[in-house]
Design a protein around this ligand. Sequence first.
Ligand SMILES: O=C(O)CC1=CCC(=O)O1
Length: 93
Amino acid sequence: MLFMVQMKVNPPSHLTKEEFDDVKVAEKNRALDIQRKGKWPHLWRVTGKYSNVSIFDVESNQELHELLSSLPLFPYMDIEVTPLNEHPSALKD
Ligand SMILES: O=C(O)CC1=CCC(=O)O1
């Protein structure tokens, strides 16, 4: 199942810059881990914003929720999930 996921980061005011930098390092490591498992095939920065647009390829809504909530930045992001279906006019491989 493919999902488009939009994540907008809201840096918390209660963490120091150093503490938030540590969260971002942990986030990067977790994101790389999920990508290496083939579950997160696209991760794009939205130009000019502290947000990303991603594609996740997972088995279920439950798996997507578990992956997203495992992200260290999860408490500091607004996340929008859009389920995707194959388009009938899309070129096949
Ligand atoms: O910076 C972001 O867009 C949030 C984020 C998601 C994965 C990652 O490494 O950073």
